[in-house]
Design a protein around this ligand. Sequence first.
Ligand code: ADX
Ligand code: SF4
Length: 316
Amino acid sequence: MSQESSSLSFLPGSSVGSSAAALYARETAGYQARLAKSIELLRHAAAAYGPALIQSTSLGAEDMVITDLIARHGLGIAVATLDTGKLHAETLALIPQIEARLGLQVAVFKPVEEQVVHFVRTSGERAMYESLALRKACCALRKLEPLSRMLAGRTAWITGLRREQSLNRADVPFSEPDGQGRIKLNVLAEWSWADVWHYIETNGVPYNALHDQFMPSIGCEPCTRAIAVGEDFRAGRWWWENDGAKECGLHKSHSPAQAGDSQAEADGHSVSAQANFGSAEVKDADASGRSQDENAKECGLHKAHLNEALNSGAHA
Ligand code: ADX
Ligand code: SF4
């Protein structure tokens, strides 16, 4: 995995409050080649899969880059998002912006209301904090079920997964089977965080305002928070999980009982979490409640990488 863009560990203290673009955008060696490759992959995919191809966008920075590429190069690829009902207003605000500024319609897939009502009634609004099983159950009904509808009739989908995002994703290929009979195309697999912001800055791409508030990885509102300088890229996602991992997480995370009691077991594979933003020189990360066991930092949309990590013995 590239260490090139350990962006937050480069931050001078005075940068706090600057825009994400000002903080992270840098043109680094090979950027133009990475950009050209992504465009070529998108063109090839559009030609190969036609209307059976869709971009699944979280509306995060990477996905905004991809949507911009689709629009800018007239690729005619459908764009869709999963509105879990728990997204930040800042995230949802991007949908009309994509439509107005990029000229693309975003198809929105929501969970089945009865399922949400039933889950909240039986498990509570704060169920995701109570156990990994309940958190995964919430993800299943708010993300995975709508995803299955989003992908119905599609043979390939595009994601913004990047190798640099976490060690679980360190081997993300450009193209892979998704385990459900489709091809998943990770067209920015090689990009760094600096690349993403360089593209956004130089092309005037609209982006989630929360990125300016130290949220590099944005999911649902209850499950996302700002990270401290020096923390991992995904440290603000499901930050309360596996707190015990602070002490012996690498062992604990292999425990099926700990990894999840429901459908989530496939996500329970540990890899070392010394990732991009984990610079030893940074002093101001909040030590309490910041335990980051990488294995749990997934919602199930991309299980294949976790399985690969396990199979290849990538866990430490
Ligand atoms: S995840 O754990 O939530 O899946 P992340 O936020 O890093 O991880 O997103 C990775 C990719 O999953 C995104 O680039 C996007 O392709 C897809 N994705 C994540 N959340 C959504 C969403 N709400 N709607 C559509 N796609 C999503
Ligand atoms: Fe539920 Fe949190 Fe998963 Fe969103 S990320 S679906 S709120 S558990």
